[in-house]
Design a protein around this ligand. Structure first.
Ligand code: PLP
Length: 388
């Protein structure tokens, strides 16, 4: 009997090391990693700059607490604010914590501006925001919430992309809207065109804060630092995690000065948040994502990968329904069970990850090259053949 809490369904596979887009088992089997730890390993495995940043910092200082100034904190916050809508950043350790910070910020903003009765947040069906009580309450009610009631009060769920439903859900108590610009766990669903703009207008009209959850779709995954840049619609707050640490636990909540005005000394905190190890890695990772040509490569490889995958739909219309997504955040909508297809790909030594809506997520490291896509395609083809 294992001593580990059995909350995961682990595949019988162990990896001992990785390099670039490849993972290796202790037996020496080589896998092409198109899952990247669920959109986390943005720079791939053992990236020399990320490794050097972590090792150098590990030899100097691990932790001091937020009682002191932390080297690396201001530079990382500035990298993010100088390249986004935001003025302020709070660092934490995971996506759920980054969302949690944003949720607290929304409530505090209204309290600070004389509207303490505004606390409700409109969120969406199909959404996933993490596993804390607040974040499961924000996400789609169902398998993640069952048995954890009573949930946190104050979330109004409406269908994703349904503007009329959003309008109808707004009451005098509404404080903000929380939305993933591209739903990840929900099945790689980009916001319909015009939706984010309409949400922005509604927020401005009703004095609400607009918060994006960019944990999965941010940090260069779509070829922009934040995916919302493709629509040109800024939020007041966004959460970030996953790709920002490349595997080192790091999350961030970014906000405008206006949205952050309620957050003062003592309003929020985290023992590990902004610790020196995380800041060293974060600076290296974000620095690399912002370096010349990096995001352009994501766009180029994303386009090529999507083109190649789209050809599968034509050849195997009974197996694959459609290819969707943006950049290197791609969803294959299956006609056969997605888990079976993920297993078939794994048998070909290609790693992907399932999502809701019978989708297989293809989210390789952002350092992907054309040759890796060419290497992956026969594996996709072979997996399809198994279902013919
Ligand atoms: N938000 C989104 C959009 C996510 O995809 C996830 C994780 O999949 C989270 C939040 C939660 O992140 P974490 O598991 O790091 O708490």
């Amino acid at each position: 009997m294992s001593s580990v809490l059995p909350v995961y369904n682990r595949t019988n596979l162990t990896f001992s090391h990785g390099e670039g887009v490849y993972l290796y088992t202790p037996e020496g089997d080589k896998y092409l990693d198109f899952a990247a730890g669920i959109a986390v390993n943005s720079l791939g495995h053992s990236h020399p700059k990320a490794v050097a940043a972590l090792v150098t910092q590990a030899q100097k200082l691990w932790h001091v607490s937020n009682l002191y100034h932390i080297q690396g904190l201001e530079p990382l916050a500035e990298k993010l604010t100088q390249n986004s809508f935001a003025d302020k950043v709070f660092f934490c350790n995971s996506g759920a914590e980054a969302v949690e910070c944003g949720l607290k910020m929304i409530r505090k903003y209204h309290d600070e501006t004389g509207n303490p009765d505004k606390f409700r947040i409109i969120s969406f069906m199909g959404a996933f925001h993490g596993r804390t009580i607040a974040t499961i309450s924000a996400g789609e009610p169902g398998k993640n919430t069952k048995g954890f009631e009573p949930l946190l009060e104050g979330f109004d769920h409406v269908p994703y992309g349904d503007l009329e439903a959003v309008k109808n859900a707004i009451t005098p108590q509404t404080a903000g809207i929380l939305v993933e610009p591209i739903q990840g766990e929900g099945g790689i669903k980009p916001a319909p065109n015009g939706f984010l703009k309409a949400l922005r207008e509604l927020c401005d009209k009703h004095g609400l804060l607009l918060m994006y959850d960019s944990v999965q779709c941010g940090m260069g995954r779509t070829g922009k630092l934040f995916s919302h840049e493709w629509w040109g619609v800024n939020p007041d707050i966004t959460s970030s995690a996953k790709g920002i640490g490349n595997g080192f636990p790091l999350g961030a909540c970014l906000a405008t000065d206006k949205a952050a005005q309620g957050m003062k000394q003592g309003s929020h905190g985290s023992t590990y948040g902004s610790n020196p190890l995380a800041m060293a890695v974060g600076n290296a990772v974000v620095g690399e994502i912002l370096s010349s040509g990096f995001l352009e490569n994501v766009v180029e490889q994303g386009k090529y990968l999507k083109e190649r995958l789209s050809s599968l739909v034509i050849r195997h219309p009974k197996i694959i329904e459609e290819i969707r997504g943006m950049g290197l955040m791609i969803g294959i909508k299956m006609r056969v069970p997605n888990a079976d297809f993920v297993n078939a790909l794994r048998a070909e030594k290609l790693l992907t990850v399932p999502a809701s809506d019978n989708v297989v997520r293809v989210m390789p490291p952002l350092i992907l090259e054309k040759k890796h896509i060419d290497e992956a395609m026969p594996k996709f083809e072979a997996a399809c053949e198994k279902f013919v």
